[in-house]
Design a protein around this ligand. Structure first.
Ligand SMILES: [Zn+2]
Length: 121
């Protein structure tokens, strides 16, 4: 039985025998219990979101320019956009936009979300 159900039962019992003042206090307690239940639900949802972000943070490592994910088999996935991850906790996979320059192939990555470009050394 939840706190809300208990408060409701107490209020129903009190309606028969308790004074008006006590009934009002019990009704107020029931409303506060409902408010606490709503706040509790909201906090639980917030915890789930933060745990998801924390899990994401633990999965990625920063090589000084880009983020990478190490899979369970030690292979590497990515890279991911540093700007999107640092600002919004979004692991956005970068597009390979390497090009042929005067010194050979130049590594370059582009984010399709924030349009940042990265040229790792
Ligand atoms: Zn980005």
């Amino acid at each position: 039985m939840s706190l809300i159900d208990t408060a409701k039962d107490i209020y129903e019992l009190a309606k028969k025998t308790a004074s008006i003042e006590l009934q009002e206090k019990l009704l107020r307690m029931r409303e506060e219990a409902l408010s606490l239940q709503e706040e509790n639900l909201s906090l639980r949802q917030r915890i789930l979101i933060l745990e998801g972000r924390l899990s994401n943070r633990e999965d990625l490592y920063f090589d000084g320019c880009l983020y990478w994910r190490i899979r369970d088999d030690d292979s590497q996935e990515g890279p991911f956009c540093q700007r999107c991850f640092d600002a919004n906790d979004r692991a956005v996979r970068l597009q390979n936009s390497s090009y042929s320059g005067s010194q050979g192939m130049m590594a370059h990555w582009t984010c399709s979300v924030c349009k940042s470009g990265y040229s790792p050394k």
